[in-house]
Write a protein that binds this ligand. Sequence first.
Ligand SMILES: NC(=O)c1ccc[n+]([C@@H]2O[C@H](COP(=O)([O-])OP(=O)(O)OC[C@H]3O[C@@H](n4cnc5c(N)ncnc54)[C@H](O)[C@@H]3O)[C@@H](O)[C@H]2O)c1
Length: 346
Amino acid sequence: MDHLRKFFLKKRIFITGHTGFKGSWLTSILLHFGSKVTGFSMIDKKKHFYEKFVDYKKVNNIYGDILDIKLLQKKINEQKPEIIFHLAAQSLVLESYKNPYKTFLDNCNGVLNILEITRKVNFVKSLVIATSDKCYKINGKKIFKENDELGGLDPYSSSKAAAEIIFNSYLNFGKQNKTGLATVRAGNVIGGGDFSKNRIIPDCFKSINSKQIILRNPKAIRPWQHVMDVCRGYLILSKKLYLSPRRFSGPWNFGPKKNDLRVLDLVLKFREISQKKFKIKILKNKNHKETEILKLSSHKSEKKLKWKNLINREAMIRYTVEWYNYFLEKNLGTTITKRQIKNFFK
Ligand SMILES: NC(=O)c1ccc[n+]([C@@H]2O[C@H](COP(=O)([O-])OP(=O)(O)OC[C@H]3O[C@@H](n4cnc5c(N)ncnc54)[C@H](O)[C@@H]3O)[C@@H](O)[C@H]2O)c1
């Protein structure tokens, strides 16, 4: 992975949502590579966790709202990043039922703002926007490819599909622009440092104290993968976009080949590896049934980016358990985050 280290050394990088789960890992990996990182996020609960496991003093931290286009534009103009990763979003399906309006604002207008700002400057060479594997229309298809129909019933999924449509329009009319533009559609990501509500791994950890975990959709099959594998994919893509913007612009799936697993089986595996005792309770979901099977084809990423998941199912859960055990003991995760990154990117 030396080509990544060489490429990212001293590069100016701008990450929105850098205090979130993926953003924290991406920030830490880029610090490991010697990049100059600026992060732009909300002041929210995520900031508190971020400061506990990222070397945040080495980052140029900016706190603001991605919906404030003037502020975002000002900061991007000041920093002149060569590469932008747009990860800031309302990222939770259940939250999107409670706050559909805010979900659409953050997930659609946030993308619109970053595209519009990027369109007007010439220093950004590559822009990677995180949408989701949930952006596809569920129509009986079992495996989704990048050119499949967009859809999404719940507000989160449809906001991500809408973001894809906005992106596609900017991509098409902005052909003269020299910036490489891509969306990334990743499957469910796990790893240490996720403290979100109603996500499976954080819930597993909370269950250690409460002695019980509640599952909404035990039989749903998801393409689980480790956060470092996904970040590696984003980094490879951003490098390719930088070097050959036309060739690599467009949407990209990032999913595992073999780590598809039922939610219940992931929790059982987690309980086995962590050797913690907690009960598993299945909840009848009144609101909405999440898609039972969601599989991604990552054939395009495998072929054109030479990317695939390097962390297998067992290792993915081991990395995660190791991270949270360390964090629970020390109430600090910087050392374990750095150790896992060093080990993975050696
Ligand atoms: N975690 C997953 O399994 C997963 C899977 C597929 C796609 N995604 C997508 O990847 C991206 C990152 O996911 P994550 O899990 O790290 O999310 P997260 O919820 O952990 O972090 C979200 C980040 O966005 C910031 N943010 C939210 N609204 C903002 C606003 N209005 N202005 C500025 N900052 C704002 C938060 O402060 C935080 O830094 C999101 O777009 C998400 O939808 C995540």
